[in-house]
Ligand binder design. Structure first.
Ligand code: RRO
Length: 311
């Protein structure tokens, strides 16, 4: 049997289904020391905002059981510097880029979307509407269907091209399917599941929260069952909606679990911090597993865990 690793993620054609997760690989410069970025399905860049930001106060990272807590707070150079420096460099590397954008208002999303037109090497836009580390929790757009819809509509109206839009959702909601439906109705071509869960760690020696901002986003293997559940629920309700799955993937078997749940592609996030080549290891292991299980493509395995049990 001939195996094809090529994947179509919400209209973005990728040579393989393994991507970096936003925020866990910057704009790729550090990873490029370890392997050519064109080896990735795509690189997903750190969410970029309209203006430059220093992020939250330190300490802003803490270890947790099988995971990590972060409160980076959208540190970044601002969209204009990003477009001037990072996008041309990524294109020069032959990388396929998915630009992640984040706004503080619907108008910010519109401004960012207009700047995403006709960028070399950019194959899709991830619309981050789920950062847990914003000053005002009421501004986590993906926590209500109405605000999620408004942000995605603004991007769809202003993106101006056929560039696929992938909405990144938070697991910290009662009904993630309702949010996925809202963003799909608003024009999202796919969803990225999941962003980090809001968490907290208290240092029992100092008896204060470990993070300066007290709360942070929990990632790593600890959250994988939550992510798998979210992917499974959304795929069951909206089988035509492409899903980029992520949350604690460290090896090919973890990635395969996401594909079985309903993901068309997956992202490796926290694992990059321990092993910068984790994403290549996951890519190669996933391919071996798909072949050994008799699949001829990723698409064939997508959602396979949803099939009827033989009676
Ligand atoms: O920058 C961050 O603190 C951050 C973001 Br934008 C996000 O989407 N998820 C996360 O855990 N941290």
């Amino acid at each position: 049997m001939i195996f094809s690793s090529a994947t179509n993620l919400a209209g973005a054609v990728l040579p393989n289904p393994v991507l970096t997760a936003s925020g866990c690989a910057g704009s790729g410069k550090e990873l490029a020391q370890f392997f050519p970025l064109r080896e990735l399905g795509a690189i997903v860049t750190k969410s970029i905002m309209v203006k430059a930001r220093n992020g939250r106060d330190t300490p802003r990272m803490a270890e947790t059981p099988s995971g990590m807590l972060n409160s980076i707070g959208l540190q970044g150079p601002g969209v204009d510097a990003f477009l001037e420096n990072d996008i041309p460099w990524l294109a020069s590397q032959g990388a396929r880029t998915i630009v992640s954008i984040a706004g503080e208002s619907v108008e910010d999303y519109a401004i960012l979307a207009r700047k995403m037109r006709n960028l070399s090497g950019v194959v899709a836009i991830e619309v981050n509407i789920s950062c847990p580390n914003v000053e005002n929790r009421g501004m986590v757009f993906s926590c209500q269907p109405e605000t999620a819809r408004a942000a995605i509509e603004a991007v769809r109206r202003n993106i101006g091209s056929e560039l696929p839009i992938i909405a990144k959702l938070s697991p910290d909601v009662t009904d993630i399917v309702a949010i996925a439906k809202a963003v799909s109705d608003a024009g999202a071509d796919g969803v990225a599941l999941i962003n980090t869960l809001l968490g907290m760690v208290i240092d029992t020696n100092t008896m204060f929260p470990k993070l300066a901002q007290k709360t942070g986003g929990l990632s790593g293997p600890a959250i994988r069952p939550v992510a798998i559940r979210a992917v499974y629920q959304v795929h069951a309700a909206l089988p035509q909606l492409p899903i980029l799955g992520m949350g604690g993937i460290t090896n090919g078997r973890d990635a395969f679990e996401f594909i079985l749940a309903g993901a068309s592609a997956i992202s490796v996030g926290t694992a990059n911090f321990g092993n910068p080549s984790a994403v290549i290891k996951v890519r190669d292991e996933l391919e071996t597993i798909l072949i050994s299980q008799g699949f001829s493509s990723v698409q064939e395995a997508t959602g396979f865990a949803h099939r009827e049990l033989p009676s």
